[in-house]
Design a protein around this ligand. Structure first.
Ligand SMILES: C[S@@+](CC[C@H](N)C(=O)[O-])C[C@H]1O[C@@H](n2cnc3c(N)ncnc32)[C@H](O)[C@@H]1O
Length: 273
């Protein structure tokens, strides 16, 4: 396990994932009923952009740094959750900020040092539980939840060559265990072929009601670069697709290069299967 998110926190891909996560959480906390959130690859929970790791790559400057400067209206809700200064919330901190008493947050992190930091951060929190375990395996183990409503965020490091295949398998297993759950999976776009294969795998599994939201900083031609990223969503909540379009456009305008683009791709309708 070589991947450490502290080098990448607040970059363009993080901003896309977190801005869309805010939309999903807002939509799912509109109903008064309790919600279970499972973050399978949780990381450290929050990041210090003044720290040595972020300072070495300075990736955040092309992400949250630029967004703060542009401050587009479509991203106001997300930006309000990122405090001024050099602290950046990860997905656990964002989810925690939007959950209500009675909701529940399960955070899985396999890296022992990161899991220890996460555990310290959430110690004594009545809503959050930290699991030092494999997040893929946790999807089947922790579903269905007692709450009967869930958002599952799967945000892998993509350091294994078979990560797309495991991701597709896990999403399929998860929705079989809990068909009404909302599943959101982040994926990198370096070049198109692996993403096309991933989407074909999802479609072939007959998973209904699937969309993918993407923002490319530049055309996805050079496979050595992270040219963009996407969030695949199974069972997107009502209104999510419409709300995602201006968010993606604001990200493109603030972060993208000349030929940057966005897309919302529908992989399967509600009745597919
Ligand atoms: C992209 S980072 C997560 C960032 C976090 N979701 C956020 O948005 O703030 C991926 C994390 O997954 C952890 N990880 C890698 N393989 C894992 C696995 N099988 N189960 C759980 N965590 C894993 C890594 O140590 C890393 O901290």
């Amino acid at each position: 396990m070589n991947y450490r998110h502290a080098y990448h926190a607040g970059n363009a891909a993080d901003c896309l994932k977190h801005a869309l996560l805010v939309l999903l959480l807002r939509a799912l906390t509109r109903k008064a009923k309790p919600l279970f959130v499972l973050d399978t690859h949780a990381g450290l929970g929050a990041y210090d952009l003044a720290g040595p790791e972020a300072g070495r790559t300075r990736e955040w400057e092309g992400g949250i740094g630029r967004l703060r400067a542009a401050s587009p209206t479509a991203l106001a809700d997300y930006l309000a959750l990122v405090p001024p200064g050099l602290a950046y919330p990860g997905s656990p901190a964002i989810a925690r900020a939007l959950l209500r008493p009675g909701d529940r947050l399960a955070l899985c992190e396999l890296h022992p040092e990161d899991a220890a930091v996460l555990r310290r951060r959430f110690r004594g929190d009545p809503l959050a539980q930290v699991h030092a375990r494999d997040g893929y395996e946790a999807v089947s183990a922790l579903l269905p939840p007692a709450e009967r409503r869930a958002l599952v965020l799967i945000d892998p490091p993509f350091e294994r060559p078979d990560e797309f295949a495991i991701l597709a398998r896990t999403l399929d297993a998860g929705r079989r265990k809990f068909p009404s759950g909302v599943f959101a999976a982040w994926y990198p776009v370096k070049h198109r072929a692996p993403v096309r294969d991933f989407m074909a795998d999802i479609t072939a599994r007959g998973i209904p009601d699937v969309i993918a939201c993407e923002m490319l900083l530049r055309p996805a031609i050079d496979p050595a670069r992270l040219n963009g990223s996407g969030l695949l969503v199974i069972n997107p909540p009502y209104g999510f697709e419409a709300a995602a379009a201006p968010v993606l456009e604001a990200l493109r305008a603030a972060l993208g290069e000349e030929e940057a683009s966005t897309a919302i791709i529908r992989l399967a309708g509600e009745d597919a299967g």
